[in-house]
Design a protein around this ligand. Structure first.
Ligand SMILES: CCC(=O)NCCNC(=O)CCNC(=O)[C@H](O)C(C)(C)COP(=O)(O)O
Length: 344
């Protein structure tokens, strides 16, 4: 979809300390081979005692402060999550709203796995455009991938998972950047890839066994085939990219920077860079490889870092490309209008 009147007014994050992959190998948390293949420099690991919704609330306060948007002007809060938020049958979005925003607007959790932040942005954009009285939306994302049922280095080899909270304020009134286009495409024929080989409720639900996506994927691929699966992944990725670039009236070569999912280097190349004529330097890999995969928050934190460090200059465009199990793919074009005062 093409947009003319939607702006990024604020970005924020709450990021815990980094554990280097070397430290993870030394402590036995990560195998030397996994570390070598991923080429991740470090991943963010939250200390005990802080749950994802609190991380999101802290990021939201930063984004709201930076945006100048009054909390009463937030028309919707969308909180994107992948993993446990702290309790079952409970609303983490309501926690974020109570802790960071207040008010009585809808506060809704978005479960779109790693495409959750981009899917929330898509929904927020449409929500604001549906009613001229709606001025701004708050998007948050937060997860922590520790605990007995997830191994941040080995539950999904090729992707090193990180803890942290991120937030974005989308506004119709104005902001430091413009959302020029956004496209989200789904490919449900791939949904079995993240559950194959186990009956519903057999594994994660009853016994809270360690999530082992690699086993699911191996089982799925043994049926579906690797080349067919990768082809289907690339089809969805390309469709979202084509729509977003077309709506922004840009070619890929026109785009100044790209923010891709925080995959390990090998998976980033096999799923993206090998199929796109884009040098690694135009991506945010250098930063991303120090953070790890924040689940639904990769794009917000990497865009925030680009803007803060001057990696994106006024007039330049940034392409955000997301993907989530399901699958769903997203692409968005952001144009920086001005250097916000919180930039270095
Ligand atoms: C589960 C979290 C989540 O939503 N992640 C985003 C969706 N997953 C992806 O986009 C990764 C898709 N690609 C893969 O799983 C792998 O590249 C393949 C296609 C299974 C090949 O295995 P590899 O050689 O990378 O180990």
């Amino acid at each position: 979809m093409r947009f003319d009147g939607l702006y990024l007014a604020g970005l924020g994050s709450w990021l815990p300390p980094a554990t280097t992959s070397a430290e993870a190998v030394r402590s036995g948390q990560c195998s030397a081979e996994t570390a070598r293949k991923s080429e991740m420099e470090s991943v963010l690991v939250a200390p005990d005692g802080i749950a994802p919704p609190e991380m999101a609330a802290r990021a939201a306060r930063v984004a709201l402060e930076r945006s100048g948007v009054a909390r009463g002007d937030i028309a919707v809060l969308l909180h994107a999550t992948l993993f446990h938020q702290g309790y079952d049958l409970w609303s983490p979005a309501a926690y974020v709203q109570r802790a960071a925003v207040g008010g009585t607007c809808p506060a809704i959790e978005v479960r779109q796995v790693s495409n959750g932040g981009m899917a929330a942005l898509d929904l927020a954009a449409s929500y604001l455009l549906a009613d001229p009285a709606r001025q701004a939306a708050l998007i948050t994302a937060a997860d922590r991938f520790d605990g007995p049922d997830f191994d941040r280095w080995h539950s999904d080899p090729g992707t090193a998972y990180a803890d942290g909270g991120t937030a974005m304020v989308l506004s119709r009134v104005g902001g430091f950047a413009r959302l020029r286009s956004l496209a989200v495409v789904s490919g449900p024929e791939l949904e079995g890839m993240h559950r194959a080989g186990a009956a519903f409720g057999e594994v994660e639900m009853r016994t809270r066994q360690l999530v082992d996506l690699d086993a699911h994927k191996r089982s799925y691929l043994s049926e579906a085939g690797m080349s067919q699966t990768l082809a289907a992944i690339l089809d969805g990725q390309r469709e979202a990219l084509k729509r977003a670039l077309s709506d922004a009236e840009l070619e890929l070569s026109d785009v100044d920077r790209l923010v891709l999912p925080h995959f390990g280097r090998r998976r980033l190349v096999s799923n993206y860079l090998r199929h796109m004529d884009v040098p690694l330097e135009r991506t945010t890999w250098d930063f991303d490889s120090k953070i790890g995969h924040l689940g639904a928050g990769d794009h917000i934190v990497s865009l925030e870092n680009l803007v803060r460090t001057g990696g994106l200059q006024p007039g330049q465009t940034c392409l955000l490309m997301g993907v989530g199990a399901g699958f769903s793919w997203s692409s968005a074009v952001i144009e920086l209008l001005e250097k916000p005062e919180w930039a270095d």
